[in-house]
Design a protein around this ligand. Structure first.
Ligand code: ATP
Ligand code: MG
Ligand code: MG
Ligand code: MG
Length: 470
């Protein structure tokens, strides 16, 4: 059975054999894009190659790209622990053509790799195309011999990709694997497509148009290809599993978590172990790429992920910091492919240990306060905003941590009330300062604090965060 490390190599070798330059993963903090919080797909480092702003000495590339989807437009933080297929950190395998080959080669490349090199039974695969993309549909028919009902036409933006409000864009095709009727979920495009029966493994984007500011769209002079396949998803199916968390790599992290907390990896704490394994990867890789926990911007997203993991460790009964003890298991699994992890090991361990030591001082009391509040409320009613704010302000509970804790009980936070309590506290602080006679400095200070508060706050709001947070 191939390991995830083997599968990564098979992918890169396949595209190397087909004339692609193997390019290293770029860091999780995008170098060339201040509007993006974290690198969230393989194409990020190649943006300027697609637009023609940058030329390199190759026109075909392949990568295994570190991705984090825990803030900004793509945010899968709330999916972790709930779906079989989402992580906050994952590796995206991709092949890219910068004005070189297009659809009629990209589709056969993908099909050949999946069905020949990876030997996936073709009858388990189905694809989607954008509803007007007859060209892609007919290539699929010719290359894969798929019947019409397994080439599903999708009219929504799920199958139309855009780099931004303007710039390169085009239709895409997604390849799905059918894990069988024993798992709930309908095919893509159906009412119950959110289930985990049909899992999207690979997305092929055909950049063929350019969107202009005046709303018009014209053909691109050079058509390009951008693809992305989740290593953990292809890994699960090649290892005969349905769930990403049952792959060799994730499993070894789950076992490390079980060992460190002296609990059963598959017992009642199963979900906690999955969340911990996932968050261990995102937090470690972010620290290795220079992000440190803080109260704003990227650092606050990191802190939120760390603290969420720490609550899950606490629920497993951990009496001492746990996360830093899991880092060696991660380095064993991924240090060879990502040397920055090995280089950063000491820093990662120390950062996790310090954060968990600090957070443990208030975590337990905060959770007890939360329980007391809930006991006092009528069954099912939301947690008042002031209580959530107190947890935030006094106990260091990011709002999403409180929401995560309540979700298990089917309850919610009054978010508007939370925001109001936050605003009220700021107003009070401002009023008391302006009375102190140091108004000018204070005004500057508060403007700054306001801005910092605002950026921190935007971290919760995935839609607004993109582009504004930094
Ligand atoms: P989904 O619809 O399942 O959320 P997506 O359409 O958002 O996936 P893309 O943006 O197309 O995903 O990313 C390309 C590929 O990366 C996907 O086909 C999938 O294999 C993988 N992928 C995307 N998000 C995640 C994630 N959170 N965890 C693991 N793999 C992912
Ligand atoms: Mg998604
Ligand atoms: Mg999708
Ligand atoms: Mg997709």
């Amino acid at each position: 059975m191939p390991s995830l490390n083997d599968i990564r190599s098979t992918f890169l070798d396949y595209f190397r054999r087909n004339g692609h330059r193997v390019v290293e993963s770029s860091p999780l903090v995008p170098r060339n894009d201040p509007t993006l919080m974290f690198t969230n797909s393989g194409m990020v480092q190649f943006k300027n190659c697609f637009t023609g702003l940058e030329h390199r000495d190759y026109t075909r590339a392949t990568t295994a790209q570190k991705c984090v989807r825990a803030g900004g437009k793509h945010n899968d933080l709330d999916n972790v622990g709930y779906t079989a297929r989402h992580h906050t950190f994952f590796e995206m395998l991709g092949n890219f053509s910068f004005g070189d080959y297009f659809k009629s080669e990209a589709i056969p490349f993908a099909w050949e790799l999946l069905t020949r090199d990876f030997d996936i039974p073709r009858e388990k695969l189905l694809v989607t195309v954008y509803h007007t993309d007859d060209e892609a549909a007919s290539i699929w028919k010719k290359v894969a011999g798929l019947p019409d009902d397994r080439i599903i036409r999708i009219p929504t933006n799920d199958n139309f990709w855009m780099m931004g409000p303007t710039g390169p864009c085009g239709p895409c095709t997604e390849i799905f694997y059918d894990h069988g009727p024993s798992i709930w979920g309908g095919p893509p495009g159906s009412a119950d497509e959110d289930g985990d029966r049909f899992i999207e493994i690979w997305n092929l984007v055909f950049m063929q148009n350019e969107q202009h500011p005046d709303g018009s769209m014209t053909p691109l002079p050079k058509q390009s290809i951008d693809t992305g396949m989740g290593l953990e998803r292809i890994g699960a199916l090649l290892q005969g599993k349905h769930d990403n968390y049952d792959t060799d790599l994730m499993r070894s992290l789950i076992e490390a978590s079980a060992h460190a907390t002296s609990t059963d990896p598959d017992g009642t704490g199963k979900t906690h172990h999955r969340v911990i394994a996932d968050h261990l990867r995102s937090t470690s890789f972010l620290i290795a790429d220079g992000v440190m926990p803080s109260n704003e911007g990227r650092g606050y997203v990191l802190r939120r992920i760390m603290r969420r993991a720490m609550r899950h460790a606490h629920l497993l009964g951990a009496q001492d910091p746990v996360m830093h003890r899991l880092v060696p298991a991660l380095v064993r699994q991924m240090g060879a492919a990502y040397p920055e992890l090995t280089r950063g090991q000491a820093l990662i361990e120390e950062t996790l240990r310090l954060e968990e030591t600090r957070f443990r001082q208030t975590l337990d009391r905060g959770l007890r306060l939360l329980e007391d509040e809930l006991d006092r409320l009528p069954e099912g009613s939301p947690l008042p905003g002031e209580a959530a704010f107190k947890l935030y302000d006094t106990y260091g509970f990011p709002l999403d941590l409180t929401q995560d804790a309540l979700r298990e009980k089917g309850r919610k936070v009054d978010v508007e009330g939370f925001e109001a309590a936050m605003a009220e506290q700021k107003a009070k602080a401002r009023a008391s300062w302006s009375g102190s006679g140091e108004t000018k400095d204070a005004a500057i200070w508060f403007d700054l604090a306001e801005k910092r508060g605002a950026t921190e706050f935007l971290g919760y709001d995935t839609e607004k965060a993109e582009g504004q947070i930094l």
